[in-house]
Design a protein around this ligand. Structure first.
Ligand code: CP
Length: 326
């Protein structure tokens, strides 16, 4: 694996290897006071964030530091991007300084792919517009595997602003690749056209373009959250992304919350084993009730914790030498 740009190109065996490595790293660090492995000593990781972030940026920094990499953090506001420097010139500058890996978040879909075509460094997509957020999907898969044992045959309901959600796109592809069924619940205005044809490549056999043209994956869609919950093994609540909305997508926050908010009453409709996920940041009281976010059924803190181990695993697979990996 040279880059991690999307979950579209993640085959089942690669995704499983990343999740297994994340689990092994988690076990290796469990109970240790000094969480420091020498694996990436001498390697330089640069995080380059053109959009705000708490979880992704901080956990990449922690992941790199726990593996002894040198980590440099740049944001658009604190770099020469603020003086008008282009993404390409910024990337070439970082590569010339010897960055081994650039972790990029950018508001434009495709920014990470463009970056990967300009520089010889490894590139990790930490979110590009409404397109992809592959490490979020991997940490969600790690959390679901931990709680449900397997993704195979499990039904994951994703509810909310699917239209603007890179988390939804990445999760649909990865979770289907890992054998899950996906059900989407959203107002019609917050569903992208053709969503039923999204999905991964469970057998890892097909050319992606051929895949896109020919397949129809089992993504089902409805607008009735109450009806979807009893058949769900997990429900993933998405944030309503007001910053990407230019127009009225629903009548009011109150109406959205009544129809699509995960309330305590709705939590009772889930089977006893089912869990609640949210990628964060949460809009409490709108898409998820305070009491649901804080309930034992919510695995939101586990998602954040697993995010560090998953990002360690991704850095490890990209940057550690073949000998070290062996
Ligand atoms: N889930 C997620 O990407 O959170 P941040 O925007 O805080 O990184």
């Amino acid at each position: 694996m040279r880059h991690l740009l999307s979950t579209t190109e993640l085959r089942r065996e690669t995704a499983t290897a990343l999740l297994d490595t994340a689990e092994a790293l988690k076990q290796a660090l469990l109970g240790r006071q000094v969480r420091k492995l020498p694996t990436l000593r001498g390697r330089t990781v640069v995080t380059l964030f053109y959009e705000s972030s708490t979880r992704t940026r901080a956990s990449f920094e922690i992941a790199g530091k726990w593996m002894s990499a040198d980590v440099v953090n740049l944001t658009a506001g604190s770099s020469s991007v603020a003086k008008g420097e282009s993404l390409r010139d910024t990337a070439l500058t970082l590569a010339a300084m010897g960055a081994d890996c650039v972790v990029i978040r950018h508001p434009a879909a495709g920014a990470a792919h463009r970056l990967a075509s300009w520089v010889p460094t490894h590139v990790i997509n930490a979110g590009d517009g409404a397109h992809q957020h592959p490490t979020q999907a991997l940490l969600d898969a790690a959390t679901l595997r931990e709680r449900l044992g397997t993704l195979n045959g499990r039904t994951v309901t994703i509810v909310g602003d699917v239209l603007h959600s890179r988390v939804a796109r990445s999760n649909i592809e990865l979770l289907i690749t890992l054998g899950a069924r996906i059900h989407l619940v959203a107002p019609p205005t917050l569903l992208p056209w053709g969503v039923q044809n999204w999905g991964g490549d469970p057998d890892g056999t097909q050319d992606q373009a051929q895949n896109r043209a020919e397949r129809s994956w089992p993504v089902t869609v409805s607008h009735d959250l109450d009806a979807a919950l009893p058949g769900s093994d997990a429900v993933m609540v998405l944030r309503v992304q007001a910053e990407r909305m230019h127009g009225g997508f629903f009548p009011s926050v109150r109406e959205y919350s009544i129809s699509y908010g995960l309330t305590e009453a709705r939590l009772r409709l889930l089977p006893a084993h089912a869990v609640v996920l949210h990628p964060g940041p949460m809009l409490r009281g709108m898409e998820i009730a305070h009491s649901v976010a804080d309930s034992p059924r919510a695995v939101i803190a586990d998602q954040v914790r697993n995010g560090v181990h998953v990002r360690m695993a991704v850095l490890y697979h990209l940057l550690a030498s073949q000998e070290e990996q062996a």
